[in-house]
Design a protein around this ligand. Structure first.
Ligand code: GUN
Length: 282
């Protein structure tokens, strides 16, 4: 049986360390989350983020907007938060309602408060190999998890399925920067399973049932970023865990794998931005 990449356990360890670090702070970092519309998954994520922040003493505000909110209203709020010295980190929860140009919204966030690392300045730095203010939360969490279990990247063939700006693209760059050979697959990829079968490390970030046992390499590592409810209402990931886990050396479960690591990374990023804004050495 494979080793389970336990994101909950590592999250707890990282948050405990962070809580200790924060105990010496006289002013607490502040994270503001903007949530537009009533996407049920987003509401759950945002609640989790708020609860976790509260446990650490990080101040967190969630600003809710109806799905009908205008682009200008959001831009004005972001401008106000950019100029508010008490706010250290800004997160605009995605997806945004269809009529909103998400690029315009993300680009309005001050790069030093961009806790997702999604702005062109941070993404550009990532691409050129310069250090961004912070790294995107889910890719950062995946790398922390692989590091924790001693899974190296140098010279490995990593196959990532899913090319989103949130996970696939930044993760591909971060892994290349760590000397992995990366293949980035997506919905137009031909012969997907021929490619995934060659992966030393396979990362699936699609959000639908996709990875079966005949698509993975024997003794490979499988990281499942997908999370959704199946026909019976059970929470699951992209990977057929029961069968795939029989073949792999390491596998991340859903729930309890990458999800908790994303939240831990968000907390780490919030504190990193606070420190940068206050020139603290960590
Ligand atoms: N929606 C799903 N994942 C994320 C994330 O990491 N950041 C933001 N802002 N929205 C998301």
């Amino acid at each position: 049986m494979p080793v389970i990449l336990d994101g909950k356990n590592l999250r707890d360890e990282l948050l405990e360390e962070l809580k200790n670090k924060l105990s010496s702070y006289s002013v607490m970092p502040k994270l503001v989350v903007i949530l537009a519309g009533d996407n049920p998954a987003s509401q759950i994520y945002v609640n989790n983020k708020k609860k976790t922040a509260e446990k650490l003493g990080i101040v967190s505000d969630v600003i809710n907007y109806p799905a009908t909110v205008s682009e200008n209203e959001l831009l004005e709020k972001i401008n106000e938060l950019n100029n508010d010295r008490a706010v250290n980190a800004i997160l605009v929860q995605l997806p945004l309602p269809e009529h909103i140009d998400k690029t315009k919204i993300i680009n309005a966030i001050s790069p030093i408060k961009d806790v997702d690392g999604f702005t062109p300045e941070n993404f550009g730095k990532l691409l050129t190999g310069e250090k961004p203010y912070v790294y995107p939360c889910t890719p950062k969490g995946i790398l922390l998890l692989l590091d924790k279990y001693g899974i190296g990247l140098d010279g490995k063939h990593v196959v990532i399925v899913g090319r989103s700006n949130i996970v696939g693209k930044p993760l591909a760059v971060m892994m290349v920067n760590r000397n992995a050979t990366v293949t980035l697959c997506h919905s137009h990829t031909k012969n997907l399973s021929e490619i995934t079968k060659t992966a030393d490390i396979l990362v699936s970030a699609v959000g639908e049932k996709l990875i079966e046992d005949n698509m993975v390499k024997f003794n490979g590592v499988v990281v499942d970023v997908g999370i959704f409810k199946d026909e019976t209402g059970k929470t699951r990931g992209d990977v057929d865990f029961a069968n795939v886990s029989k073949k792999t050396s390491f596998i991340s479960p859903v729930p309890g794998g990458v999800g908790p690591m994303t939240i831990a990374s968000l907390m780490l990023n919030t504190v990193e931005l606070f420190d940068l804004q206050n020139q603290k050495k960590s």
